[in-house]
Design a protein around this ligand. Structure first.
Ligand SMILES: NC(=O)c1ccc[n+]([C@@H]2O[C@H](COP(=O)([O-])OP(=O)(O)OC[C@H]3O[C@@H](n4cnc5c(N)ncnc54)[C@H](O)[C@@H]3O)[C@@H](O)[C@H]2O)c1
Ligand SMILES: [Zn+2]
Length: 383
């Protein structure tokens, strides 16, 4: 058995670590960056902090911020136009998964122009490494700064394309929790639940192994113990812990894959623009109960990582205890618990299931799954 791990060339962690950005750019003899972010973030002082860092060190940049959460093919094409027009030689992403994923697609196309239609990236084997990309996450989070994936919505097919390509990994990731400190409660809560989903799905996915287990168990322990304080109380130490833990989860799942929580969340994102973390948080306890049947021992380990008392429980009790703990956490974080509550029409569930069964994350699910199983889980989560 051969296992592969792909990680950033360099990563920095710590408050203020954004100051390392200019020296990493200059060390690569690069001069002009496309600074990719979104308009919501531009209204905060976060992007300003990074711009000031670049200006202080005389690194040139041009700003592109026309990005929708759950970014679209058009967002990528618009950014590409700016990158070409200004002849940039690197890309800096400041934002959540939406900004970083858009930046990844742009950076890949800059060196692989035959994929400039964007849609072909879903199945392409690109020839060249992306233009050097420097990623500074502001959510905690998708871990897009360390993964070899990016997710772009193809609106013409109402589909979130999960593009997997080792060429897209950012050269440098900078996890500066000061950039995460100002997240509104709902964004900290839902993006944190996305990270918990990565750790849990990555831990029980088919390809998981020794090294990714180490990442995932640590990540889920840190997130479970710190997320409430980070999101609800804005506790600085807890924000640091979740910020690092979401990266640790990314070191794992990027290299082994996920499961059907993500498949099902992608359909919701494509059809209803449901925020990714919200979709995951809502579905996770239901999918855990479904998957627990085939790997109850892994659930005991996850319960132990959370710090729950798992001794003396039957397999079914162990699975339910972990799923209940996840649901209770989401409730404490004020996250909606049913698809009905978030306005999903019931008659759309079969369409969502049809798409989810064909999602790139489905083959990694630990339990074999049919379209009917997925529909049943959507129905269970409906009300
Ligand atoms: N590449 C990967 O490996 C990967 C993994 C999981 C999810 N994703 C994708 O990432 C996207 C979701 O990214 P996300 O959950 O990070 O959210 P996001 O990037 O869509 O941002 C959500 C909102 O939060 C705001 N925001 C972000 N940081 C903020 C901050 N510090 N302060 C105030 N507001 C802030 C943004 O302006 C935006 O309005 C989805 O498209 C999802 O499919 C990618
Ligand atoms: Zn995710």
């Amino acid at each position: 058995m051969i296992n592969r791990i792909i990680l950033n060339e360099t990563s920095y962690f710590g408050r203020g670590s954004r100051e390392k950005l200019p020296e990493e750019i200059k060390a690569r003899n690069l001069h002009k960056a496309l600074l990719v972010t979104d308009n919501g973030l531009l209204k905060t002082d976060i992007v300003e902090l990074v711009m000031r860092t670049l200006e202080k060190a005389s690194v040139g940049y041009v700003l592109f911020s026309d990005i929708h959460p759950n970014p679209s093919v058009k967002n990528v094409q618009d950014g590409l136009k700016v990158a070409k027009e200004y002849n940039v030689d690197c890309v800096v992403a400041v934002g959540g998964g939406s900004s970083i994923d858009t930046a990844k697609a742009i950076a890949v196309i800059m060196t692989n122009p035959e994929n400039e239609d964007v849609v072909s990236l879903e199945t392409a084997t690109t020839k060249n490494k992306a233009m050097p990309l420097f990623a500074l996450p502001t959510t905690a989070g998708t871990a897009a700064e360390v993964t070899i994936n990016y997710v772009i919505t193809d609106e013409s097919r109402t589909k979130k394309m999960v593009c997997v390509d080792p060429h897209d990994i950012p050269a440098v990731a900078i996890i500066d929790p000061e950039l995460m400190q100002g997240m509104p409660q709902n964004i900290a809560a839902t993006t944190g639940m996305d990270a918990l989903t990565h750790a849990m799905e990555g831990y029980i996915t088919k390809a998981a192994w020794l090294m990714t287990d180490m990442f995932h168990l640590n990540a889920m322990s840190l997130i479970y113990k710190n997320l409430e304080k980070a999101a609800n109380d804005k506790d600085a130490n807890a924000i640091d812990q979740v910020g690092y833990a979401q990266y640790i989860a990314g070191m794992g799942f990027s290299n082994v894959g996920l499961g059907i929580v993500h498949s099902m969340a992608h359909s919701l994102g494509a059809y209803f623009d449901t925020p990714h973390g919200l979709a995951n948080a809502l579905l996770l306890p239901h999918v855990l109960r479904f998957n627990g049947k085939v790997c109850p021992d892994l659930f005991r380990n996850m319960g132990n990582a959370f710090g729950l008392e798992m001794n003396g429980l039957s397999d079914e009790e162990a699975v339910n205890k972990v799923a209940d703990a996840v649901k209770d956490l989401a409730i404490k974080l004020h996250i909606p618990q049913t698809l009905k509550e978030i306005g999903v029409p019931k008659e759309m569930l079969p369409t969502l299931a049809e798409q989810a069964i064909n999602d790139a994350c489905t083959p990694g699910n630990p339990r074999e799954v049919t379209k009917e199983d997925i529909l049943a889980i959507y129905q269970e989560a409906y009300e």
